[in-house]
Structure formats: C-alpha cells, structure tokens
Design a protein around this ligand. Sequence first.
Ligand SMILES: CC(=O)SCCNC(=O)CCNC(=O)[C@H](O)C(C)(C)COP(=O)(O)OP(=O)(O)OC[C@H]1O[C@@H](n2cnc3c(N)ncnc32)[C@H](O)[C@@H]1OP(=O)(O)O
Ligand SMILES: N[C@@H](CCO)C(=O)O
Length: 355
Amino acid sequence: MPRMSIQTFTCSDTFTLESGKRIENLRIAYHTYGSLNERKDNVVWVCHALTGNSDVFEWWPGLFGSTDFFNPKDYFIICANSIGSPYGTTYPLSINPATGQPYYLAFPSFSIRDVAAAHRLLAAHLGIEKIALAIGGSLGGQQVLEWAIMDSSRIDRLVLVATNAIHSPWGIAFNESQRLAISADRTFYANKPNGGAKGLKAARSMALLSYRGYDTYGATQLETSNEKTDGFRASSYQNYQGEKLVKRFNAYSYWFLSKAMDGHNIGRGRADIRDVLRQIKAKTLVIGINSDLLFPITEQKFLTNHIPDAVYAEINSFYGHDGFLIETERITEEISRFLSHNKATQNQLAYQQVS
Ligand SMILES: CC(=O)SCCNC(=O)CCNC(=O)[C@H](O)C(C)(C)COP(=O)(O)OP(=O)(O)OC[C@H]1O[C@@H](n2cnc3c(N)ncnc32)[C@H](O)[C@@H]1OP(=O)(O)O
Ligand SMILES: N[C@@H](CCO)C(=O)O
C-alpha cells in the first residue's frame, strides 16, 4: 500500500481568515497513506497537536502505522499540517507576497476555525466527501471539533482525545507565560529565522511541566545519590527538551499557534457552548487522561455530556497530557471497542429494519 511522501496543495483563491485578514496562495502540506476504497467509506483524517506535523506515522506510532490499528491496508489516512506550523504549510517564515520578505511577526493571526477551514479546502481538493473518522488530540482535537461543527454532515465518527470546547484560563495562562519567555528574548524582534530561540527553549521547558506531572518526573528524573547540590537530572532534561524543540521549530510559529489555541472557543459568534455541542451529529468517542493537568478530564466529561451521541473513556496514565501521544495501546483498545460497538448497533438496526 502506498505511503506517500509529503505533498502540497496551493490554494488558488485568496484564503480569508476568521479575522477578515487574508493569505494569498495558502500552501497546505499533507501526507496520505493507503487509498480510498470503492465505497469511499474508509477515510481517517488526523489533526496534529502544537508541534506536530503531517507525518502521523512518525509522531503517533502504535496507533498509526503499517501494522497498527489505523493502517494503510484498511484505511485511507490523511493528515494535514496546520497553518502557521513550520512543516510545509504557509507559516511566519514564508514569503509575504505583499513585501517579498518573510512575514515573521506580520503573519496574520489565525484561529482554530481557520485551520479547520483549511482542512475542508484540502478535503475538497482531494475529492473527499465523507470522512469515516476524524481524530485529534489536544490542539488537534480542537480542530476536529471545530470541523465537526462547521461541516456536521461530512464526518461520521469523531475521536476527541485530551481536548476541550473552549481553551481554559489555566491553559491560556500557560501559553501566555511561554510567550512572555519568547518576548523576553529580544532577538525575537530581529525577524530572523532563529529569532527568539532562547525564549523558545524556555517556553518548551515551561510547556513540559504542563504536559507531564510530579509522578512522571519522579519516575524518570529522580537522583540516585544524596550528594548532589547542582547539576540535577531534571535540570538537564529541561534544557535538553528545550534545545530539542529549538532544532525543529521556530519561535514565530510557536507564538501564533499558541495564540490560536488560546482563542479556541466553539461558542464564539454562535451560541451557548452546550447548544453548539448539541449540533454535532457524529458518533463520538471522547478520551481523557486521568493525570492530564493541561486539559483535565472535567473538560472531556463536559464534551461527552453535551455531544448527543458521545461515549467517554478514561485512560489511567502517569504521563499526563502527553499520554495522548504515548498511551497508544490503551487508545487503540478504546477506539476498537468504540468502532465494534457502533458496528454492532448498525447490524442490530439493519436486522430490526428487515425483520
Ligand atoms: C516521535 C516524534 O517525536 S516526531 C517529532 C515531531 N514531534 C511531534 O510531532 C510532537 C509530538 N511528540 C512529542 O511531543 C514527544 O515526542 C513525545 C511526548 C511523544 C515523547 O517525548 P520525548 O521527548 O521523545 O520523550 P521523553 O520525555 O521520554 O524524553 C526522552 C528524551 O530526553 C532525553 N533525556 C531523558 N532524560 C534526560 C536528562 N536527564 N538529561 C538530558 N536528556 C534526557 C532522552 O535521552 C531522550 O532523548 P531523544 O529524544 O534524543 O532520544
Ligand atoms: N507534546 C505535544 C503537546 C501538545 O499537545 C506537542 O509538542 O505537540
């Protein structure tokens, strides 16, 4: 089965953002794995989180892969890179056609709805009418939720992992603190590709604290000697993780993507959030991770209580929010149960109709 390398689609029309600002010739990078079946009912659309990319086989192994639950033999898997992300889609270091220079801080602010609108455009370009299942965790889950509201008849099933209907004051405070670190690095305003690199390193170090927890650090970074007064493993880990992100990301993308996360609110310009959730037609599985500090399970229970056809599953993990990327065995079990339950219900309905 074909595993395609990265592909791009360039939008020939002007892409108008929720804010009214525009992006000319929006380029969307994406990966596909497998192919559309004859019944056209095997599309799985994945949305990535804050620092992810369109190669879902790379960042969600154990759930997506040639021998995993979502594999190219059974499914036509599509994952698109978000607006603003540095993995191939138009982003702050792309050339602004109005100036002939990279945008940097002049990049237009975009929202999660804009990212979902870009997914819709790509789906139209690929001739995808029906999505059998759309899945995302964290910021990816926010996109999937928005898409299911904007386009309620296109998506049959949703899997929302460690995500929410509105970004919380707590989540915004984390993001703002990270942006404070970025903006305290004056090189951020130099408009250079590595501008704000030291700030980004500090931001990732802060973000890690919200992605993991006391127990995760205790299990992986505990000292074995009583003698140390400096040079702790946990310090080295924070530095390493910050530098690791700096090597593959940039401060400008991080700034705009984190702002999009802050603005996530499915009620904006619509109605009460509970009423908006009630509009979702897709059969939905909501997964929460019991140790998630950033997107606590109260947020997933809220989604489940207000999406009409939703079930909730909770994963017991000590990884915190990052558990959505790591606990693939448990997530696979829950998705498998969700899909077989739905199949059983369908068969039951078909039987009732003919009998
Ligand atoms: C699979 C990918 O990462 S694809 C890259 C794109 N990334 C994404 O799409 C984002 C989603 N992925 C992620 O956020 C992360 O990869 C996660 C959450 C899935 C896993 O995080 P990781 O950083 O790989 O795992 P973990 O927190 O256990 O850290 C392990 C790393 O820290 C290093 N490390 C651990 N303890 C220490 C320490 N005390 N001092 C220095 N380094 C340390 C390890 O050597 C290892 O290094 P490596 O990544 O170079 O192999
Ligand atoms: N580790 C994830 C967390 C954000 O949900 C990322 O870097 O994208």
